[in-house]
Design a protein around this ligand. Structure first.
Ligand code: GLU
Length: 481
């Protein structure tokens, strides 16, 4: 039998880092065991669910290469894949449980339930619904229905015994069935409750492994009771540890960006995010950290998922992103970084050919950890002629600078070096010819050609500038030195 896993987000907000981690771990499990992946949109909360959020979830999944094999976008024979389109199935299952005596109509109003709760509080006992509507006489029930009194379908949870959640990560977790209480299965508006819909869907979609966040552990005994009542086999359960902020409390906006889009917009690479999130609650047996997806699939198993919360460490993610950026070739880096260059910088660079721009960007690749940071390093290329003039005019030249610049300028004009290596050689020759230390040669050349005290490798930007611009700048600088 082929395993089937599902990722079941509620489209009530933009894709959250924690939700993306759940999608990723389902994907990792599927890739490492050959399971089929299913996307199910849990949109029964009609007031909060919006199509734009479903789109945002899909975009995030696509960005990280995590689009499940089946879902609203691709029918695998188990659809529909949006809960809002599955009402008839919930109704059918609810009626089945009603007929088998596992469910009943509950006519209690919100005020009735509040009164029960207040009594339990006053008596200092945990609140569990009394189940009184389960004992309504046939006549009373018929009368209420005739009156069109609103009702819910309640699921009857066994009042004695235990319900054990066998969890692949945490082992057996035992719940006292008597403390759960009968709960709403179908609301009075005909919508299923989360716990009910999820079981009907997991059963009908033949899900074999439920991999989701730890916050759902307390729902699981209720879901198991429904599976049992429907006579359906239980899927395996695996509850992933919570994602925490640096202060060890649940990750929230307080700790910084929690939306996946915000990370994309700052220029985190999907590959780095994939790698980093895979380590949020899982570790490789060989303790490697930087791994390709294929290397992760090879090593991933649920038994190495930890029980304790995983801290989302933005510093480490940023570092890792830098590592991935440094692996990009000039062409790939150009592709990746171009959308992050501000309109202002693009305008200032518009005199360069695409090939020169690619070289310019590549020369500062190693300075940045997120793609948007590139804008802080482009001034060497974006500085206008006027700004350059005032910058060189303000430089406090040293005694030896005039000679260095003159020697470099004459070598530049006579040799016209075109490659980075050739330019490096010209600079090295000035070091030899002047007998000065490297610093005393590099610094004035950098100042005289860029007007700046630091920047990318000199030969790299001089090559982008080209023969004429460099020659002209050297003449200008010599006039001030
Ligand atoms: N819609 C639920 C959520 O977003 C899914 C829970 C589950 O995976 O069962 O938390």
């Amino acid at each position: 039998m082929i395993n089937r896993v599902r990722f079941a987000p509620s489209p009530t907000g933009n894709l959250h880092i924690g939700t993306l981690r759940t999608a990723l771990f389902n994907h990792l499990f599927a890739k490492s065991t050959g399971a089929t992946t299913v996307l199910r949109i849990e949109d029964t909360d009609l007031a909060r669910s919006e199509a734009v959020y479903e789109t945002s979830i899909m975009e995030g999944l696509r960005w990280m290469g995590l689009v499940p094999q089946e879902g609203p976008h691709c029918d695998g024979g188990y659809g529909p894949y949006r809960q809002s389109e599955r009402a008839d199935r919930y109704q059918k299952a609810a009626d089945q449980l009603l007929a088998s005596g596992h469910a009943y109509f509950c006519f209690c109003t919100a005020a009735d339930l509040d009164a029960e709760r207040a009594l339990a509080d006053a008596e200092k006992r945990p609140y569990v619904y009394s189940g009184k509507c389960r004992h309504l006489s046939v006549e009373t029930r018929a009368a209420y229905l005739a009156e069109k009194k609103p009702y819910t379908y309640k699921f009857h949870v066994p009042t004695t015994g235990d319900i054990t959640v066998p969890d692949l990560i945490r082992g057996d977790i035992v719940f006292d069935s008597g403390l759960i209480g009968d709960f709403v299965m179908m609301k009075s508006d005909g919508m299923p409750s989360y716990n009910f819909a999820v079981v009907v869907d997991d059963m009908e979609m033949a899900i074999t492994h439920v991999i989701r966040g730890e916050d759902h552990i307390s729902n699981t005994p209720k879901q198991i009771a429904i599976f049992n009542a429907l006579g359906a086999p239980l899927p395996a359960f695996a509850h992933l540890p919570m994602i925490l902020g640096p202060d060890k409390s649940k990750l929230s906006k307080r700790h910084g960006a929690t939306n996946v889009t915000e990370y994309r917009e700052q220029g985190f690479l999907a590959e780095a995010m994939f790698n980093y999130l895979s380590l949020l609650g899982w570790s490789s047996p060989d303790e490697r950290e930087i791994m390709t997806p294929a290397e992760i699939f090879e090593r991933f198993s649920l038994d190495r998922v930890s029980k304790s919360g995983a801290v989302f460490d933005i510093t480490k993610l940023t570092w890792m992103n830098g590592q991935y950026i440094r692996q990009l070739s000039e062409a790939d880096f150009f592709q990746a970084v171009r959308p992050f260059v501000t309109a202002e910088n693009s305008e200032a660079l518009s005199g360069l050919t695409p090939a020169q721009q690619a070289e310019a960007f590549f020369s500062v690749r190693d300075n940045i950890n997120t793609l948007a940071e590139i804008n802080q390093y482009l001034s060497v290329y974006t500085m206008s002629a006027t700004a350059f003039k005032s910058a060189v005019a303000a430089i406090a030249w040293q005694a030896t600078d005039q000679d260095v610049i003159a020697k470099f300028a004459s070598a530049w004009e006579s040799q016209k070096p075109e490659t980075v290596a050739a330019i490096d050689d010209v600079i090295a020759a000035v070091v030899t010819a002047t007998g000065l230390g490297k610093g005393k040669v590099y610094k004035p050349i950098r100042l005289a050609t860029s007007g700046l005290g630091n920047g990318p490798h000199i030969a790299a930007y001089l090559r982008v500038f080209g023969q004429e611009k460099v020659a002209e700048r050297l003449r200008l600088a010599m006039a001030t030195a």
